[in-house]
Design a protein. Sequence first.
Length: 134
Amino acid sequence: MSGLPASIADTDRVTDVMLRDPKTVPWDATVGEVRDILANPSVELLLLAEGSTFRGAIAEIPDDARPDAPARDFAETNPKTISPTESAGVAFELTARNPTRRVVVVDDDGRLLGLVCVDRARTRFCGIATRSPG
């Protein structure tokens, strides 16, 4: 891991670097629905929500899972999460150490706000425009 990218300021917070519209499905989504979305190679983690409340995350579905089965049966219900007010530096370190390179952003009430992700090389945040260091 190379540390915090130079394009991120010391004052940046999670809200400055998170993806605000991550791939999300309802809590009652089926395996078939989730499988279709995860077939897209750019989707590495799918979030499950009940209304605005975060309920779990799915990175993969077993091949033998029935298409009509509830996808939540394969969800990790307690993945890494982070507060939107945490520093971008802490977010980068936590996300880069996570095997999925993703950390869910929730508020104190468990409301889903976004997703922090880093690229495969673990050198920059996903979806964040590069800006010149200060």
